[in-house]
Every structure is written in structure tokens, then in C-alpha cells.
Design a protein around this ligand. Structure first.
Ligand SMILES: NC(=O)c1ccc[n+]([C@@H]2O[C@H](COP(=O)([O-])OP(=O)(O)OC[C@H]3O[C@@H](n4cnc5c(N)ncnc54)[C@H](O)[C@@H]3O)[C@@H](O)[C@H]2O)c1
Length: 376
């Protein structure tokens, strides 16, 4: 079987990391790179060619799949171009900055019959997968509540990153869509949502225009709820997720890294990442830093830390496996047809509307469908 050929769109910090991970996999070749600034460097390192346009990259006969890791605002166009060229797609998060754009992308991939996988890496953490398996076994009983907190402090940087500008990133909630997606993958789609907050401590020329303090409330129906806190206006950084059921609870700690289960007759701690070493690596990085970890500038020479390389390998290994004919897992089905990512953006759009209009919003107001039914 010939190697699977990958085309890379966006060769910055993350696109380069994804490309390096793919290039190291058996049966994978990175054959083309498109990036207005950093293509030559990555292409040179991996023995690939530079593609001047997305269309050229997608049309090449040796490109079987396209990896989109351009800035958030620049995902829609290459995803649709890749689908039209009947190439499989892996797209970084957030896949788009609005629900209508998500629908266009999903429809293009569906019409072409190609895989459209969203880069929601948290789903590939070993500890998250184990937590979901325990929930499916009923160890927590009926789920009642999730709390996700991801907060830190943003200090002025030499240059204001695109990641801090709403028009380019979608804003803080969209850029950090991971937790919202994970909460919905556990609780099901939110039915009504509320959000309060704003840009409370980062105004002026040193900063972008995104919100730095966001307080979210999700209601799923059936007496099930979630709260999420996000932002870069928090001097005491926190990063964790708590899942509460009628019988037990699981706490996923992304700071003192690990996962803990408390259930009748059981109290267990297990790794979040692939090994205790990866968990310790992440714990040490958090201890040494109080900054908002979202800011990484367009520097393809920066390498993600060990723990992040580990989940990239899991995530892209899964995608590459699909390309090589491996059987898909039910666990990841909603990640590989764009539906989970679209549901996350629909909820983000409803939350945005809630804050703008100062009211509780039904997600169905965004999706235009009948009111979503929670699982309960
Ligand atoms: N899943 C994760 O944990 C994770 C982590 C970091 C970044 N990301 C995502 O990866 C994507 C890239 O982020 P990054 O950290 O690499 O940012 P970055 O700024 O380091 O890199 C972006 C790259 O895209 C290039 N670019 C700009 N416009 C382009 C266009 N129109 N077409 C193609 N390339 C273009 C830039 O020149 C730059 O090299 C973003 O969507 C981000 O949200 C995901």
C-alpha cells in the first residue's frame, strides 16, 4: 500500500508540530505545505514541496488528506477547497467562528464523502477516555453536573497575537472551545445557555480585544447542568474539570496533573496523559508559569511540550489509521464528521448572544431547529 500523502495548510507552531508527528508515522508522508510565511522552512525539514495556493495543494495527485492549521479565521476556505477536491480533512479547532460556516464545511465534506475530523485533542487524553468509559459503565450513576475551569493571567507581550483578536481567533471562548466540546461530549448538547463577563482587565494598545473573563451556565434538561469559567484575568490560575453524578464523581486535574475517581468503595487516581512522566512534565510547566498558555506566536521552531506531543500522536495516529483503512471507533464518530465541533460552535454562538442581549438563550435559536432534547 502506497504511503498516505498529507498536505499541510498553516505551518506555524501547531501546524509544524502536526506535520512532524505525521511524518514520523509509518505509511505517512508530508508532501506539500502551504503557508504565506513559514512554508519553506517546514517543507525543507520534511522533504516536501511548497504549494503557493490552497487550490494547488488540494489538487495535487499525491495529496490524499489535508491538515488545516492556519489561524482560526482561515479554516473555512481550505476545508471547503479540500472537500471539493475530495481530500480527507483534519482541521484544527475551532473549525470555524460561526455555526453557519460550520454547516457549510460539514455539508461540503458530506457531499464529497470525505472524513472531516476536528482537532479537539482533549478527547484523546488517556485519562479523559478512561473517565468517559467509567461514566458509560455507570460508575458515577446519573450525571448531574460538570464544572470546567480554565483561567490564567495574560501579561503584555512584545506583539499582540492574532489569538487575542476577536476577528482572527473568534475570541476567547471560540479559541478555547476544548472544554465546551468536552462538557457536551459528556452531558450531551446544551438546551439553554447563559453567559456573563467581558474584557475587564486587558484594555488598551498592549492587548487584543477578546474577553478576558467569561462565566458560562449550560442547562441540558432533565435536571442536569454545567458551569464553565474561562479567561486571562485571573491571577490565581486554575485548570480542571469536575464531573458529578448521583453515585460518584471524577475530577480531571490539568494543573497537578491526573484524574481522580470517587465512587462507592472506590477511590482511584490514574494518569491524564500517556504516562506518569507526561503528567509530571505538564505539572512542572504549570508550576513554573502563571500566564495564559494560549499565547504562542507564529514561530514554527517552538516545540509543544511532551504531554501535548503525546496527545497529538494519539489524535493524528487515529486520523492516519482511518486513512489507512482502520475501523472507526464509535467513541470518536462525532469528531470525524464535524458534528461535535459544529455543536460546540452552535453553543458558543448561543452563549455569545446571551451575553450580548443579557438573557438566557436556547441553542435552537442558533441552529434553527426544534428545541434540542437533552438526554435526560
Ligand atoms: N489543539 C491544540 O491544542 C492547539 C494548540 C495550538 C494551536 N491550535 C490551533 O492551530 C491553529 C494554528 O495555531 P498556531 O499556534 O500554529 O498559530 P501560529 O500563529 O503559530 O501559526 C499560524 C500559521 O498560519 C500561517 N497563516 C496565516 N494565514 C494563513 C492562511 N491564510 N493560510 C495558511 N496559513 C496561514 C501563518 O503564517 C503561521 O505560520 C489554530 O487554529 C489554533 O487554534 C490548536
Amino acid at each position: 500500500m502506497a504511503a498516505t500523502g498529507y498536505g499541510i495548510v498553516g505551518a506555524g507552531y501547531f501546524g509544524a508540530a502536526l506535520a512532524r508527528a505525521l511524518a514520523a508515522m509509518a505509511g505517512a508522508r508530508v508532501v506539500a505545505v502551504h503557508d504565506p510565511r513559514h512554508a519553506a522552512r517546514l517543507a525543507g525539514a520534511l522533504g516536501a514541496r511548497v504549494a503557493d495556493t490552497v487550490e494547488d495543494l488540494c489538487a495535487a495527485a499525491d495529496v490524499d488528506a489535508v491538515v488545516v492549521a492556519s489561524p482560526n479565521w482561515a479554516h473555512v476556505e481550505p476545508v471547503i477547497a479540500a472537500a471539493r477536491a475530495r481530500r480527507h480533512i483534519f482541521c484544527e479547532k475551532p473549525i470555524a467562528l460561526s455555526y453557519p460556516d460550520c454547516l457549510r464545511m460539514v455539508e461540503a465534506a458530506r457531499a464529497a464523502g470525505v472524513t472531516f475530523m476536528a482537532g479537539h485533542v482533549m478527547n484523546f487524553m488517556d485519562g479523559v477516555r478512561r473517565a468517559k468509559a467509567l461514566i458509560a459503565e455507570g460508575v458515577l450513576g446519573e450525571l448531574l453536573f460538570c464544572r470546567a475551569v480554565r483561567t490564567g493571567w495574560e501579561a503584555p507581550q512584545a506583539e499582540v497575537s492574532w489569538k487575542k483578536k476577536r476577528a482572527l481567533s473568534g475570541g476567547h471562548l471560540y479559541h478555547h472551545i476544548h472544554e465546551l466540546d468536552l462538557v457536551q461530549s459528556i452531558m450531551g448538547p446544551a438546551v439553554t445557555v447563559t453567559m456573563a463577563g467581558g474584557n475587564v482587565a486587558h484594555r488598551g494598545p498592549d492587548f487584543g480585544d477578546e474577553d478576558d473573563l467569561l462565566l458560562l451556565m449550560l442547562e441540558f434538561g432533565g435536571d442536569r447542568f454545567a458551569t464553565l469559567e474561562y479567561g486571562s484575568a485571573f491571577r490565581w490560575p486554575e485548570h480542571h474539570m469536575l464531573i458529578e453524578g448521583t453515585l460518584g464523581a471524577i475530577r480531571i486535574d490539568l494543573q497537578d496533573v491526573g484524574v481522580e475517581l470517587r465512587a462507592p468503595g472506590r477511590r482511584e487516581r490514574f494518569p491524564l496523559h500517556r504516562s506518569p512522566e507526561e503528567d509530571a512534565d505538564r505539572t512542572a510547566i504549570y508550576r513554573a508559569s502563571t500566564t495564559d498558555g494560549a499565547v504562542m506566536y507564529g514561530n514554527p521552531s517552538l516545540e509543544p511540550p511532551l504531554w501535548l506531543r503525546g496527545i497529538i500522536e494519539h489524535e493524528l495516529g487515529y486520523f492516519h489509521g482511518l486513512m489507512r483503512g482502520a475501523a472507526p471507533l464509535a467513541e470518536f464518530a462525532a469528531l470525524t464528521d464535524g458534528s461535535a465541533a459544529t455543536a460546540a460552535i452552535a453553543t458558543a454562538d448561543a452563549l455569545t448572544r446571551s451575553m450580548a442581549e443579557g438573557r438566557k438563550v436556547r441553542v435552537a435559536e442558533v441552529t434553527g431547529g426544534p428545541p434540542a432534547r437533552g438526554r435526560g
